[in-house]
Design a protein around this ligand. Structure first.
Ligand code: DAO
Ligand code: DAO
Ligand code: DAO
Length: 205
């Protein structure tokens, strides 16, 4: 089945397959409280992983468990993040008035906290290398698409509306980005649940 999947709260539709072999495993919503007053929906996101990589990496570890056992297993999500599996997080902008400054500061806050969590040391240099990609002239109107793709060997490629804006090889950065979207304290636990159950059924096909 290759029909697009629609995020029910914002109506953003996600392709069910990306880059020929990456399958949609879950959808979430990134919200942000502004002035402590109200939550705005900033973007919807879809999490994809390469079918072959997933089967290769995860079936040895988990193939023997039944589907219902696997449904309980958050280790599936952790193994997905930690192994050399090609993945993409696709962001579709909902809030049409994002400034690049607010993107930079949100990034430094959310990604910065994860770099700290996983790196355990000061990662200002790495963070600045990444945020330097965010040029002032970039516009992100509603419907813009940002893809954060982890390729083999932990190379993170960033594209905006299909155009590559940068790539960085960093296992730590890849891990930190994925943690925002499907880690234990991700932006949307619905995405975590989707990913767990879709991985579980994938391993039994
Ligand atoms: O948010 O309502 C929603 C939609 C959730 C969709 C979850 C993604 C399902 C991907 C299915 C492909 C697996 C074979
Ligand atoms: O611009 O006043 C404002 C509020 C915007 C909230 C910004 C949240 C930024 C989230 C990062 C978006 C990354 C694409
Ligand atoms: O939502 O807090 C967050 C994390 C945002 C990560 C988004 C990365 C966007 C990178 C490209 C932006 C270029 C302007």
């Amino acid at each position: 089945n290759s029909a697009p999947v629609t995020e029910s709260r914002d109506g953003m539709a996600f392709p069910s397959i990306l880059k020929d072999t990456q399958r949609l495993l879950g959808i979430g919503l990134r919200k942000k409280a502004v002035f402590g007053l109200k939550n705005i929906d900033v973007y919807a996101y879809g999490v994809y992983a390469d079918d072959v990589d997933v089967k290769k990496c995860l079936s040895e570890k988990h193939g023997r468990h039944s589907v219902s056992e696997l449904q309980q297993k958050e280790e599936l999500r952790n193994h997905l993040m930690e192994n050399d599996i090609r993945m993409t997080v696709r962001l579709q902008i909902v809030y049409g008035r994002l400034s690049i400054n607010s993107v930079r500061s949100a990034f430094e806050e959310s990604v910065g906290s994860r770099l700290h969590k996983f790196g355990g040391y000061d990662n200002k240099e790495l963070l600045q290398r990444f945020t330097s990609q965010f040029k002032d002239e970039i516009k992100l109107p509603r419907g813009s698409i940002i893809e954060l793709s982890r390729d083999h060997d932990y190379i993170l490629h960033t594209t905006i509306d299909g155009k590559e804006v940068g790539s960085i090889q960093s296992k730590l950065l890849c891990r930190s980005i994925l943690d925002l979207y499907i880690g234990d304290e991700s932006f949307d636990h619905k995405a975590n649940e989707d990913v767990e159950s879709n991985l579980a059924s994938l391993l039994h096909n």
